[in-house]
Design a protein around this ligand. Structure first.
Ligand SMILES: [Zn+2]
Length: 314
């Protein structure tokens, strides 16, 4: 297959996950303040992992995950989109590359059956909608069923002063009003093998998207505390990927204590990461990053000293 340049990702990242296929697509990159990106972590530490420019900005990616199940084409997250106000554009630019990058891979907006947003910050659901010729807000993916966390949508109607700027109602309200967007409580299976799970920390209701390919041959093991009476123990897991979104936005955020300054509940970010690793490490999940400009996914392991280590996924 020819090498195609997808946005800012260095090459095409595509892999099989059981009988599903995963591809990473970029909406481009934008600048974020390095201090805000790494919260309480000193610059002397984070600057060893990510370079900052003379204004202390670091390059931040906007990664979407395309899942082909064989029956549906599912797009997880829709980047920053093309509807930013002039003021927002001054801060963040507006790369708006997602549709071009999908098109370069032969995927038209009409091909998308399902769109899932992990949360409703503007850099995660921007391409949910576009303006048509007359300036009317319409769905970018006309045939798609959209899904987003209900708690996010409730909060977005009355956000705090701290993160109010991150919620742009035209990215989701028209879809909720028309019935094209379904609001999720957390824990739902959207199609067989693709489900959502709430991880608190970045916001109160952010949901990760868990993808389990090949469930026929590998039954899903029970979570802690669940029992399967009368059934043999599950010894092998289906191949699993998780779009963990802003709980750990890049490979540089995999350490338990390296949270973002943007997180509304930083102590809960730590607890959520522990809960995530308790399953993702023994079950060898592929972790998919929302904001890593170069590395859309890795396997995360724990070394002998208990430190988290990212292992490249070929
Ligand atoms: Zn966010």
């Amino acid at each position: 297959m020819a090498t195609v340049f997808y946005g800012t990702l260095d090459r095409m990242h595509r892999m099989a996950l059981g009988d599903f296929e995963l591809t990473a697509f970029s909406d481009g990159t934008y600048p974020l303040d390095g201090g805000a990106f790494f919260g309480v972590i000193p610059k002397t530490m984070w600057s060893r992992k990510i370079a900052a420019d003379d204004k202390n900005y670091v390059i931040t990616g906007l990664n979407s995950l395309l899942i082909r199940t064989g029956k549906q084409t599912i797009l997880v997250e829709t980047g920053m989109g093309n509807k930013l106000s002039d003021r927002m554009r001054k801060f963040y630019g507006q790369p708006a590359k997602l549709l071009d990058n999908l098109s370069a891979a032969g995927i038209a907006p009409e091909d998308i059956d399902i769109v899932i947003n992990s949360h409703l910050h503007f850099d995660h659901c921007g391409w949910n909608t576009i303006r048509d010729k007359n300036g009317k807000i319409v769905p970018t993916f006309p045939r798609a069923k959209y899904y987003a966390p209900e708690g996010e949508w409730q909060y977005a109607r009355k956000p705090s002063e701290r993160d109010g700027i991150s919620y742009i109602p035209e990215n989701y309200d028209p879809l909720v009003e028309s019935g094209q967007m379904t609001l999720l409580k957390g824990g739902e299976e959207i199609v067989p093998g693709v489900s959502v799970e709430t991880f608190r920390g970045h916001t109160a209701s952010m949901q990760a998207i868990v993808v389990r390919g090949d469930q026929k041959t590998h039954p899903v093991p029970p979570k802690d505390g669940e029992t399967r009476v009368g059934q043999p123990p599950v010894t092998s897991c289906p191949p699993t990927a998780c779009y963990i979104s802003d709980l750990m936005p890049t490979t540089s955020h995999i350490d338990i204590a390296w949270g973002m300054g943007f997180d509304l509940y930083p102590l809960e970010t730590i607890e959520s990461k522990k809960r995530y690793y308790a399953r993702s490490i023994p079950e060898k999940w592929l972790t998919v990053f929302t904001h890593d400009p170069k590395t859309p996914w890795v396997y995360i392991e724990r070394d002998e000293l208990g430190k988290m280590v990212a292992k490249e996924a070929k």
